[in-house]
Design a protein around this ligand. Sequence first.
Ligand code: SF4
Length: 340
Amino acid sequence: MRLKDLDQNELQNLVSDWGEKPFHGRQIYAALFKRGVSTVEEMTDLPLRLRERLTAFEPLDLLKCSEMQSSPDGATKALFRLHDDLTIESVHIPEKEHATLCVSTQVGCPLACTFCATGKIGFKRNLTSGEIIDQVVQFRRLRTEPFLRNIVFMGMGEPLLNYDNLIKAIRVLSSSNGPALSQRRMTVSTAGVVPGIKQLANEGLNVKLAISLNAPVDDLRTQLMPINKKYPIDEVIEAAVFFQKINGYRITFEYTLMHGVNDKPEMIKALKTWLVRVPCKLNLIPINPIDKRKRKAPDWDAVFNRFYEVFQKERITLTLRRSRGSEIMAACGQLAGKIG
Ligand code: SF4
């Protein structure tokens, strides 16, 4: 058992079982998640006897930062080593007044999207809730400025295939006695795991949803994202409609642009027929090649104009997002659990 895998109730129960007052559980929780301490010694508000007992749970940190790399655009990628020697990555993206952390939820990923470096390494295991949270806790120590405000579950792995740990992590991260991050500033990104989207809609959380769509026709989408065989586009869009009706926020559709593949005029028209069904934003992301000989990003201006012509009359916000951190292989689809 590791303390950071426990939520506040579980920590209260733990200390109660030891014959201690439950409020000590709340103090431990605040020390771990709000103050982000790395040793029991720093929990100075606890009685000595309890601190002595807690030393059996050291080290408290579940991740060891073994390397950091920064790119000229300011993004920082951290390579974290887990207790079983597996590695994950998180990417910190600073803006002027706040920062965003892109968090991993699995070691590797079972979904094998063909344009993604994580997909190529296969699936090793799910992260525990504590390992998901610890990426945030440790980055709050590593980068105190600018204020870490946004969390995107878009790192390694498919968050909705590690559902219970994801939800537990979101609840801890947003708890007032923990990091107290706003759920409104958290985005769960999925490749289109339909049952997970519906379950998340009913979870009573206030998080946003991003769906990595990437193709508007099933044949092409299945080639790019094999999960489309199981959950084809019509089911993904239906789940998006369901989520949006319950949760109220517009859905973000991510569309990784691949020259000559999904940026042709007929593809853009087909995309529109899906997206007009749900209040949404369309985020166009020029592909970050993981193998320079293969897929290429199209010419930005030309492709944006092509999309703009088709979407301008719709109430769909169109953004062309240059993925930050591509120089250090930290951009979308480039995380592979190694640096350099
Ligand atoms: S794009 Fe996302 S879902 Fe697809 S393989 Fe990569 S990490 Fe997994």
